[in-house]
Design a protein around this ligand. Sequence first.
Ligand SMILES: [Mg+2]
Length: 238
Amino acid sequence: MTANLATAVLLDIDDTLVDTRGAFRHALTEVAAEYLDAGANPEAVLAHWRDDRGGWYRAHTRGEMTHREQRKRRANDLHATFGGPTLDDEAYDIWDAGFERHFRAGWRAFEDAAPLLNALDERGIPYGAVSNADSAYQVLKLSACGLQRVPMLVGVDTFGVGKPDPRVFVEGCRLLAVEPAVTAYVGDEPDLDAGGAARAGLHGVWLDRPGTRRAGHDTAPDGTSRVESLLSVLELLS
Ligand SMILES: [Mg+2]
């Protein structure tokens, strides 16, 4: 992107404003202790979960699978890989209640989230969240992390599909009353976030926090910017 053009900012939530990876680490540590082989490597368990190698969360964001179904499949794939039992519906409900409780207990904002919002507020730059999770759930998450000033604009429930569908990015702009061409979209996934935003006519910005990449996330798509912290986003704004 050409520097100094964006005058509005749309933000991803998970692994962008909120350290969701850390919250998954917290939840999966508890899961591993209760369900998995004692020798399961915690980092391998976390990477397996985040990689979503079956593509089930992606299927959920295309409207093809419920949230419950995608998480149950991922739980059983995790168990199959690391020595846990197969979960039927009843066992999964118990598993998920524990997982969700520990996941929520791990929700934290990144240290650069509030400073970015402070700077945007000072400059009068409008911002809001566009996320591939359920809107009401994300409002809860933002509030738990002290980020309730971020308006939750578009969730996977808005259209029944999520990023990279261009409609969700364009709808975020419409709700902020800004043009896509002058709006930056910032997210941690290079193709789904930065590439998807660019294809929808926004400035796609890949937040590539050091040491947190998922498998296959190696390069910034054409026409997008790459930053290593949220505060670097300020350098891309007019
Ligand atoms: Mg994300």
